[in-house]
Design a protein around this ligand. Sequence first.
Ligand code: SF4
Length: 263
Amino acid sequence: MSANTSERRALMLREMGLTPQWRAREASGATMPSPVPPMIAVPVVVPDAPEGVDGVSPLPSGDSERRAAIMQMDWPQLKACVADCTQCGLHARRNKTVFGVGDENADWLFVGEGPGADEDAQGEPFVGQAGKLLDAMLAAIQLKRGANVYIANMVKCRPPGNRNPEVGEARACEPFLHRQIDLIQPKLIIALGKVAATYLLAREASVASLRNKIHRYRGIPLIVTYHPAYLLRSLQEKARAWEDLCFAVDTLQGLKNTGGETI
Ligand code: SF4
């Protein structure tokens, strides 16, 4: 392992709160699989999934005018449209819409499934404990919220009781995310958790089976990793999420080196 790789590993372990566990295991002499992925990404490129196939319903038909209007909006118009939206039933119990936050010209776009209670109260995605972990994950790869990073959700209003967004809700809200993506033009999308991955890739599958591959969403490379709220309950997957971040860093670097031609 090179010095740079070693330093990067140590930094990421520290930032993601893994160092004590790692040291304890090393001290015990336990055989430990290397958590370090290849530093040169060997991408497994998954064919672009057509929208609305493989078990996830397409956008409701008859909604093309609304969608077309959204796709013409600038940032202020889009934010105002979301703030006033009553397109699906989630509007009824929301306190605040959660539009998204960050650098509107970011290379990195992180997408979760929907707001929780803290987000609904504050109107910002990924606050509370899961948000702190996401910020630590960003710091591990020398990023921070708002600087070359945009954070959004599939749905902009909180599903009651923190249930998963239903298909109709996700599809009703999806044009907003599409417009955000078109305005941001990120180089890489990170899907956080199974629900976001399922809707973005229009395919029901486990995070374990989707991670460590390069997918595409609206033509943009997409990598799947675990949702921070899930990582708070699963230290083992936290180490895998760190691998995913390394993979993402290397993928983006590869994109920059090749102008995106080989991904
Ligand atoms: Fe509108 Fe999306 Fe909120 Fe549904 S979740 S009311 S589509 S902003």
